[in-house]
Each structure stands twice: as C-alpha cells, then as structure tokens.
Design a protein around this ligand. Structure first.
Ligand code: 4AD
Ligand code: MG
Length: 465
C-alpha cells in the first residue's frame, strides 16, 4: 500500500479510505479496550490520532511503546468527534519500526528551548522546531522564487577565499599545514607558500565581491550560501556560521536596492503568512512563548506599509533627542549599537526602518563615497525585536577612489587585483545587499535566539553535532 503523508490527510480531510502512514509517536495513552496514539511524520503542524483496538494481534507490544518510537500503521480514516481534529484513524495493523527507551530526552513534560538546544539532534521532533524549520524551508523557496521571477541569476559564490571581503579581519583560516609543526620561512613565520593553496586562505565572510563580478556581466545575480565569521560575539543575534542572501545589481544605485530590500522582506512576510499559517499560529501561542500576541497583525501591517527611510545623521538626531538612556554614546561618527537600532525600529518608528549614508569609518572599504567626503552610500535595514537584518550599499565604481580607500585602511591590495579590475573595464554604478537569513527567520517567527532558527548552531567555544 502506498504511504500517505499526514499533511495530505489533514489538509484534504480524507475519510473512508484505508491508508498507510509512517511516523514517530508523540503521545500514547492506554485504556482497557483501546490505546490512543498520536503520530507525527514531520510534514505538518498537526498530528494524526490513531485508535488501536485491543483485539490487534500485537496489541501488548504496541500499547507499551514509548514516546519517540517509530511505527508504520495501516488503518481506516474516519471522521473524528474529537476536539480540534476532523479525521482520525482506526488501526488495522501496526508495524513497529524502531523503539525508544525511558532515556529518550523528549518526554511529555514541557522542555525548555535551552534544553532542546542541547538536544539539537532531536529537537526537530517537537512542535516548535518542526514549525521553525518548515518556515525556514518556505522562506528559502520564496527567496529563490522572488529573485528568479525578477530575472536575477542564482550564483554560487566560492566558500574558500583568498581575500577578506569585508576587510574586518574576522576570518577562519583553512589550512592543511601540520598544526603541531608548520613549515616556517626565514623570518620564523608560518610559510603559507607551502600550504595547500600556496597562500593563506580562509572561509568566506561574504560572496559579495564575486557577486559584483557576475553582476558586472550578467546584470543581476543573487547568492544564497553559508558565510563564516570568527567574531567573538556570544549574543542571541550572532552565529559563527550563518546563511546570507546577497543580491547584486548593475546599473543600480542605493535607492534602487533599498526598494528591492523592502520589497523582498515584504515578499517573505507575505509568503510566510500565506504558506505557514499553522506554524506561525503555533509559535505565537505555544507554551511559554514570549512572543507578542499581536505578532501576526504586526507582520501583516509591515507587509503592506512602505518602509521608513532616514539618514544616519537623522538617526543620531532622533537618538540624542530621545529620553531613553543608552549604554553606548549617540554621537555622530560612532557605530549604531543594537540598543540604538532596536530603539529606532521598536520604540520610535515601531516598524522596519532603512538607515542610509553612514560615516565612512563605520563601514566597509568598498562602499561608494559621498560628495561630503565623510559618509558612504550604505544602508542597514533595522527591524523590531532583532535590529539589523540587512546590510548593503552602492559600491565604489571609481578605480582611483577605491584604491585610495584601501590604502587609507591599510589593506594589502595584492589579492584584490581582480576586484579592482572591474573598475578598469566597463565599470558601472552597481549596488547590492546581504540579508542574514537567520535574522529574517527570527523576525518572522518571533523567536528571540538565533540559535533556535538554524539547524545546528556554531558559536564561540561551541560546535557540536
Ligand atoms: O552587514 P554585513 O556584514 O554585510 C555584508 O556582508 C555585505 N557583504 C552584504 C552585501 O552588501 N552584499 O552582513 C549582512 C547581514 C547583516 O545585516 C546580518 O543580518 C547578517 O548578515 N549577519 C549575521 N547574522 C548572523 N550572525 C552573524 N555573525 C552575522 N553577521 C552579519
Ligand atoms: Mg552590517
């Protein structure tokens, strides 16, 4: 018999059919004449209730199965009188596939997110994490559809890189040198010419620089891949390995990509509200959720409202004039901290806000320099609850200005020859941004720790699973 997915059974409310289902037991309750099994197969927020009659041949064994066991059940689907379910199953046969024992960590009592983080290999079997990772899947698919429908090409930028694309010195080195006894040069330094690639290389922090090459020939591209940052930030918003979506567009300026950014975020929200209703409903109402009850109304509002756009200078004015006490100073020229970003989006505008034209010193070397000689054509998109979810800019397309900036920042330009070459051969105004995929998932699901929206988080001093 062909297996049916529980998602299909619940969605189409299939009854009067004998079908085969397979999944993991979420709960099991034994009574004299029957046992009630709740089965989930990962395909939907809802589970299916199965009534197992004591007459069944292997009833003794089935009725003593523990939570987490895997089974294949053949049975008749019938209308259900139970609360919150339209269909249930009367089992005709139960095949036991894999048993558990009492040590199975996911027992019926409520388990904390923290506890589940320590059991990340099993947490996708809970309602909350099933929901989060189905939303994650939907947002990934929506991303490809959004950009592909607009004519952007999907680009796989390299993961091993010989340059620091952000110039921030936060890279993980990739090496096959003997770590106990590395080859040394005359000066006693590690001799990377003897390393695998004949030079020092690292995991990429961004795919942007390669993205710029492709946009400068194919018009518009987007990357969607893993990026790695060896920054020592142990916060609920930082990961050492995270996924980023980076569109890059030729013949475009900052306003063009600010519009693209808001359209993309609104598209993601619309997609989630339409395709992940059960999941989002579950997440905002789940036991112990610290999510605002109005979360879904807020998302619907953001989907339909144009994003506010202010300059960095205006942001500093708003912050300095507010009554809020900040830990970090709000003076022109200093980085905006998370507390500032959250104040602007959460308290002041109560909506996503795009901040543009930051001081050059706060931003990366590749950004287009403004006429004022102080600011660059940068933008960050800030959202309530999370802070920055997007960072982007128009790129410096003038060869001399770019070189001067790299020199001023003390960068070793050698490895970037191909990147600066773009400015020599048919250079055009171009712009792009990076959306932190996990930050976007946090924002849309309302989850408050980034480690709960990536399958297996990597953080300083922590790399399990
Ligand atoms: O602002 P960032 O560093 O910008 C770039 O990487 C540019 N190359 C993007 C571009 O213009 N093509 O990073 C972009 C986004 C941030 O807004 C944030 O959402 C996310 O990536 N991000 C992180 N997410 C999780 N953990 C970290 N450590 C992150 N660092 C950045
Ligand atoms: Mg940034």
């Amino acid at each position: 018999m062909e297996r049916l997915l529980i998602k299909k059974i619940l969605k189409e409310e299939i009854v009067d059919q004998t079908v085969l289902i397979k999944g993991w037991i979420r709960s099991i309750r034994k009574s004299k004449k029957f046992s009630f099994v709740v089965l989930n197969d990962g395909t939907s927020q809802g589970s299916l209730q199965i009534v197992v009659d004591a007459e069944l041949e292997n009833y003794e064994e089935v009725s003593t199965l523990l939570i987490g066991s895997s089974v294949a059940i053949t049975g008749l689907l019938v209308p259900s009188g139970g609360k919150g379910q339209k269909v249930e199953m009367q089992a005709k046969s139960v095949e036991i596939i894999g048993k558990t024992d009492e040590s199975y960590p996911l027992q019926k009592k409520a388990t904390s997110l923290e506890f589940l983080r320590e059991n990340a290999h099993l947490r996708m079997r809970t309602n909350a994490f099933g929901a989060i990772f189905r939303v994650r899947h939907e947002l990934a698919m929506a991303t490809h559809k959004f950009f592909s429908d607009k004519g952007f090409y999907y680009l796989n930028s390299p993961i091993i890189s010989a340059v620091d694309g952000e110039g921030a010195g936060e890279m993980f080195r990739v090496s096959t040198l003997d770590s106990k006894n590395p080859a040394l040069n005359d000066k006693g330094e590690v001799d990377f010419t003897q390393d695998y690639f004949g030079k020092e290389v690292s995991l990429c922090v961004t795919g942007q620089l390669e993205g710029e090459c492709f946009a400068s020939g194919m018009g518009a591209i987007y990357t969607f891949g893993p990026t790695f940052r060896a920054e020592n930030s142990n916060t609920p918003r930082h990961l050492s390995e995270f996924w980023m979506i980076e569109p890059e567009v030729a013949f475009a300026d900052l306003d063009d990509i600010a519009d693209l950014a808001s359209e993309y975020v609104q598209y993601l929200i619309a997609h989630a509200l339409e395709h992940c209703k059960d999941e989002l409903d579950f997440l905002v109402t789940r036991h112990g959720a610290d999510i605002d009850a109005t979360h879904l109304d807020m998302l619907a509002h953001v989907r339909d409202t144009k994003f506010v756009k202010i300059t960095y200078t205006e942001a500093i004015e708003i912050l300095s004039n507010s009554k809020q006490k900040f830990e970090f100073p709000t003076v022109w020229g200093k980085e905006l901290q998370t507390e500032h970003e959250r104040f602007l989006s959460e308290k002041h505008f109560k909506a996503p806000v795009i901040v543009t034209d930051y001081p050059a010193d706060c931003k990366a070397f590749y950004m287009k320099q403004n006429e004022d000689g102080k600011t660059v054509r940068a933008m960050d998109v800030l959202v309530p609850g999370v802070g920055e979810i997007i960072g982007g800019s128009q790129r410096e397309e003038d060869y001399d200005k770019l070189i001067a900036k790299m020199d001023a920042d003390g960068m070793e330009k050698e490895g970037y020859w191909w990147y600066t070459d773009l400015r020599k051969y048919g250079s055009v105004p171009h712009a792009g941004f990076g959306l932190g995929f996990e930050r976007a998932i946090m924002y849309i699901t309302g989850m408050s720790n980034i480690r709960d929206v990536i399958p297996f988080p990597r953080n300083p001093k922590s790399c399990d699973f």
